[in-house]
Design a protein around this ligand. Sequence first.
Ligand SMILES: Cc1cc2nc3c(=O)[nH]c(=O)nc-3n(C[C@H](O)[C@H](O)[C@H](O)COP(=O)(O)OP(=O)(O)OC[C@H]3O[C@@H](n4cnc5c(N)ncnc54)[C@H](O)[C@@H]3O)c2cc1C
Length: 482
Amino acid sequence: MDTAFLSELSRIVGADGLRASTAEKHAYAFDAYTLEKQLPGVVALPRSTDEVAAIARLCHQHGVSMVPRGAGTGLAGGATANDDQVLISLSRMNRILTVDAPNRRLRAQAGAVNVYLTRAAAPDGLMYAPDPSSQTVCTLGGNVANNAGGPHTLKYGVTVNHILGLQMVLADGTILETDLDDVGYDLTGVIVGSEGTLGIVTEATVRLVPAPEAVRTLLAPCDTIDRATELVSAIIAAGILPAALEMIDRTILEAVEAAYHLGLPTDAGAVLLIEVDGPEAGIDRQAELIATICREGGALDVTIASDPLERARLWMARKKSIGTIGRLAPSCATQDGVAPRTKLPLVLREVAEIAAKYQLRIANVFHAGDGNLHPAVLFDERDPEEVQRVLAAGGEILRACVRAGGSLTGEHGIGIEKQEFLDLVFSPEDLDAMRAVRSVFNPNGLVNPGKLFPSGGNCCPHLPRTDNETLLALTKTRAAAV
Ligand SMILES: Cc1cc2nc3c(=O)[nH]c(=O)nc-3n(C[C@H](O)[C@H](O)[C@H](O)COP(=O)(O)OP(=O)(O)OC[C@H]3O[C@@H](n4cnc5c(N)ncnc54)[C@H](O)[C@@H]3O)c2cc1C
């Protein structure tokens, strides 16, 4: 990268805010989608929105692209940059700014780690509901960009249901503020899920919800995956809305057990982890009803966690499951297709057939209540022929989900991983409309080019561009003075 550009960048973030050596840049060469690796031109670690805006202005002047990055736990390759680009890591912007308990809202910088939001709200009996399994590491900005979900999405919804306002730096350094309380276009909704292609989110105001008075967590081992997925539909059909309804198959159970010795039923084909929460009154009746449905539906056993420690043990099995896959294979590609709940048995059978066809091991741990599958394809990325089979199998899994009436992603986003599959669910007109939206915010394609859509840059030359002034008028932008 140009030396004058680098020294100007260093002036903005300070010498300790730059990572420019090859060794340092290796730490940013990939995210949790490890199949694509590239070294960024340079990594900048700003400490404030003003520094992010100054970086954007500099990049804009020099025509240099920027890629926002949180914790790099994304599973679709969205947070990597090439050697012409500046990777902007928000990890130093990790402060909780305000907790407004009476109004049930919290304001935090984009680099704040997800679990710290709930920790900050807990003394007031409140919590931030979206809880990705990566919540001890992933950031609020990454959650906003990917519209993250989690085990409790079934009852509480995904990130977009909990974001009340955003601060975002546009490609030319303009600072945009959105607020759900304002009239006009719902720009907050547009930005959530845009995978960093519209700008760099620097702060967010989130909705807090009351922490439930009572929680019951159940474990239902089943002989087969089929049986477990049939129970998922039976529970929902009985009119119960669990807070979480997760499935873990035997392959993963064995890996978790080997790592943590939690006493899990490793002889089961799969287990369901089910949670209900709400007022103390009636919670035991709900848990018992679910236990009865499971027993009558053929579960091998049902246990109800009797204390918080036991509950934590069950959740550890779920939340540490992807990490323990490292015991099973050198590499893992986690898919993220969605299928209607009632089609889960069918799609999971197809996943098993795809594994056999491509001679791959595929393990399953997923948000069963949402129909959000995460087939984890186990392989060794040093074997190029095996990598080809993994990519082909991944494509077939996504096609199976779409054929069943589902979609390409439940929560991990498109990134660079799934671009070629967008036309399975979107028409050319749908894609043009989305590219047109991107052009409004990111007219020169300088923020996160080459992500989400099949090609980088401004992909919609025939559509009129809207300059920032128009955007500001449209959105009632306010100068950022928070
Ligand atoms: C073990 C494991 C379990 C997981 N479980 C879940 C789960 O249960 N639910 C779930 O939804 N996901 C899950 N994920 C995926 C991942 O954690 C989420 O997508 C998360 O939201 C990414 O956050 P991050 O801070 O790591 O973002 P990154 O990976 O750094 O970035 C992800 C995307 O967001 C963009 N981005 C990051 N920060 C900003 C910003 N400030 N402004 C604009 N764009 C930005 C990046 O450009 C990129 O496109 C899991 C991942 C792992 C490794």
